[in-house]
Ligand binder design. Sequence first.
Ligand code: VGL
Ligand code: ZN
Length: 201
Amino acid sequence: MQPVTHALIVIDMQNDFCPSGALAVAGGDALVPGINALMAQFRTVILTQDWHPAGHASFASSQPGAAPMDVIRMPYGPQVLWPDHCIQGTMGAAFHAALRTDGDLILRKGCNPAIDSYSAFFENDHRTPTGLEGYLRTRGITHLTLVGLALDFCVNYSAVDAATLGFDVTVRTDLCRAIDAGGSLDAAMAGMRDAGVALTA
Ligand code: VGL
Ligand code: ZN
């Protein structure tokens, strides 16, 4: 059992990121048994849920003439455009049916129609907090282990933000899968290493 100062953050283990989902990540569903087993080792478990309103600005369908995986300039910086996914209250936004969801906190993100939110800590403007930092600090948590989907987007942004905030961060890469578009996986691995994130399998 991990000490009380250590929390597990399970990122976006939702139907739309699993095979046959709207933004499927290859092998995403295969992570469920290992993640469920790891949850039993932690006294604090946080699950995040990508939770977009219909018509979200990160959807290619919301941007005239755009296609999924195009990159556009948003007021807060470059933004990859995605297929419609994880729309609030839909089956695609629900957790994988076999995932344990009896954690301590379910954090929903990406709810602002105009800003995407890959990170569990800040929206993609890198300024608007989700409140997770305060939740963790007020509970005395200093060490974080991250698992889930997708390694090169939401896991990566969450891990780098957590390390920058001063948490001791480990990403279990064996319990993550990547989208890997346009070199995103290599860039994410380098970025996490530079930020001081421990990458372990
Ligand atoms: C994610 C792209 C768009 C993720 C969420 O969970 O990694 N990726 N929304
Ligand atoms: Zn999303």
